[in-house]
Design a protein around this ligand. Sequence first.
Ligand SMILES: C[S@@+](CC[C@H](N)C(=O)[O-])C[C@H]1O[C@@H](n2cnc3c(N)ncnc32)[C@H](O)[C@@H]1O
Length: 208
Amino acid sequence: MRRRARRQARPQDSFGKRAQKEGYAARSVYKLQEIDRRVRLLRRGMRVLDLGAAPGSWTQYAAEQVGREGKVLGVDLQPAGVSLPPQACFDQLDITTATAASLGGPEAFEVVLSDMAPRTSGMRHRDQFLSFELYVRALEIAEQTLVAGGTFVGKIFQGGEFEQARDATRARFRTVRIIKPEASRNESYEVFLVGLDRLPTPGATSSA
Ligand SMILES: C[S@@+](CC[C@H](N)C(=O)[O-])C[C@H]1O[C@@H](n2cnc3c(N)ncnc32)[C@H](O)[C@@H]1O
């Protein structure tokens, strides 16, 4: 069978051009923008942790939304690829070995984001499993650093362990939504799980 010589032009390709024009480090920014619009995620003055943040478009967008009164900490294995405003900073580290204390500790953030993705091998099941592991690590960090009532957004490749990830998120948040933003590439099997209203940790004493 002959393979099609050329793929159809996708409207999605315009996200890259738009990001360049608007000064964002990556087209991924429009995924966060859509999630923000749909669940009213980011507000002035918030403290945000952004895991898997390089080259930096989510950090840029979050910093704009929280303003000078807020704070955004971006973390990645790679350095940031853009300069950031004063309310944002960037640490180069591995989330699988970093401790929650080194990221800010208990109740340090109102929002934890994770756009982390493994280096893909093309072996679908392996990539899904690596994505699941990063998701679970991000959820653990959210559990250890979010305020009660806080929000978690985490990327995961759909597949084998997806339901386990969703159930683990449901156990920790009052509401969980599954969002596949328009800016996710058509061929991508990534989705975002959004945990709204973090439940208090059982046994923890509340200061509220
Ligand atoms: C899709 S990119 C993130 C794009 C970013 N949100 C943006 O808008 O610019 C995924 C990132 O996850 C990071 N990552 C993967 N494993 C990681 C780990 N163990 N610790 C920290 N970052 C990791 C990769 O280095 C990569 O930069």
